[in-house]
Design a protein around this ligand. Structure first.
Ligand code: AMP
Ligand code: MG
Length: 408
């Protein structure tokens, strides 16, 4: 056997790889109906509009007394008590008031409420300080929501507040996009399950578990395809299994120039290659192919490369497939706290910790950026987007950063 000296795959730019990926993931998967209390994190597939006004009748916003403003400042006769949830049918006549608690519907005839702090009540006679205006301390019908209001548009992600909104509307079901099913396969003769004893030269499988965690965090359902030895027939079987069970298949390892790197020829045989290499660091050997509606990503075996490639290329596709119109991480400008060195020839995504400090976002490197060093991802909440260059970027320089987590 002779070793190949040059990769057969042309290198595409980061932008071209992203354009190709956008094209193959542009259409969201089908939608499904689920209960609103199970919808957190899901993306709305059919516009939700209000079919009832909220509140559906005027309600008191204070604990106090419901009155008729037209009676002016004269003392009122207290005729009843309305608490939130009791359904007393009372009608206020001239000079009358009812005790009312926050949230209770205003009785017929009343058009204002007076907070208890402004009042005195002796023998069912109410007096109060100051003037009273029509509508005071009343939440009018439709104040929070009018019939026909767009409550959530297509593409909106359901937050905890939205779960409250949807359940408050009494919706039994909402249409959300289906979660992509993503199968993850590790490859490598040296790769072992983490809880097994490993022989000399072996490595524990970090990638499959890290990628499955990232897949779940991206809102998808992960399937583990286990670890495939470096055997083309075996890997072919596993890839076919992944294609049968999942919308997206992610492999780790076996995409470089080694004599037992079979993933690229297999993906090329089974599907249409979108690109075979990216001018990018870490993760140059990352490849992408399609088989019908299925998308396959061949990520490198080095753990940092596989996770950074996932973040920059795979995650946006997974977000798009579930209908997210803004699939990319937020891009912000940060100030470096120490000097960093760019790669001479490729754009590099360096791991860093971004914090808010003295009115700006500052980025501190996570240390040595080697592609095997998972510690460079430890506590990282950002990928600094560093253009290739020969000159170091000194402390105080501004660079762009993708925020992968909350600012510290
Ligand atoms: P490869 O891309 O298969 O050439 O692998 C590159 C490097 O990543 C090698 O040092 C592998 O041992 C290591 N590696 C491959 N797969 C994994 C994995 N699943 N977990 C941790 N390290 C891995
Ligand atoms: Mg390998």
């Amino acid at each position: 056997m002779t070793m190949q000296r040059e990769s057969a795959w042309p290198m595409v730019s980061v932008a071209d790889a992203q354009t190709l990926i956008t094209a193959i993931s542009a259409t969201p998967l089908t939608s499904e109906q689920i209960a609103p209390h199970q919808a957190a994190g899901r993306i709305i597939a059919t516009t939700i509009t209000a079919t009832t006004a909220m509140p559906s009748e005027p309600r008191s916003t204070v604990d106090g007394y419901a009155v008729r403003s037209s009676d002016g400042t004269m003392p009122r006769q207290v005729i009843a008590e309305l608490t939130a949830g009791n359904n007393l049918a009372v009608t206020l006549g001239a000079g009358q008031a009812v005790r009312i608690m926050t949230g209770a519907p205003l009785p017929r005839g009343a058009d204002a409420a007076i907070m208890v702090e402004r009042t005195r009540e002796v023998d069912d006679v109410l007096t109060f300080s100051g003037e009273i205006r029509a509508g005071e301390c009343v939440l009018p019908t439709g104040h929070d929501m009018q019939v026909g209001d767009v409550v959530m548009p297509v593409g909106a992600e359901v937050s905890p507040g939205d779960v409250g909104l949807l359940t408050s509307m009494g919706l039994r079901h909402v249409a959300v996009y289906r979660r992509p099913v993503v199968a993850v396969l590790s490859t490598g003769d040296e790769v072992y399950e983490y809880d097994e004893a490993i022989p000399y030269g072996g490595v524990r499988d970090a990638n499959r578990h890290a990628l499955l965690a990232a897949v779940a965090a991206a809102g998808c359902e992960g399937i583990s395809l286990g670890i495939a030895r470096d055997d083309a027939a075996l890997q072919r079987t596993k890839i076919l299994e992944g294609l049968a069970r999942a919308d997206v298949l992610i492999t780790s390892g076996g995409v470089s120039m080694g004599t037992r790197d079979y993933i690229k020829p297999l993906l090329a045989e089974l599907g249409t290659v979108q690109f075979g290499r990216i001018a990018f660091k870490p993760g140059k050997p990352t490849m992408c192919a399609t088989v019908g509606s299925r998308i396959m990503f061949g990520l490198p075996g080095n753990p940092v490369s596989s996770l950074v490639s996932f973040e920059v290329f795979v995650r946006p596709a997974l977000r798009r497939l579930q209908g997210d119109p803004q699939p990319h991480r937020p891009l912000v400008q940060v100030t470096l706290t120490s000097t960093i060195n760019p790669s001479p020839d490729r754009p590099e995504y360096q791991r860093a910790i971004v914090a808010w400090h003295n009115g700006q976002l500052v980025a501190t490197t996570t240390g040595a950026q080697g592609s095997s060093r998972l510690l460079s991802l430890r506590a990282a909440n950002a990928l600094l987007v560093i253009a290739p260059g020969a000159e170091p970027l000194v402390a105080g320089s501004h660079v762009a950063a993708l925020l992968t987590g909350a600012v510290r």
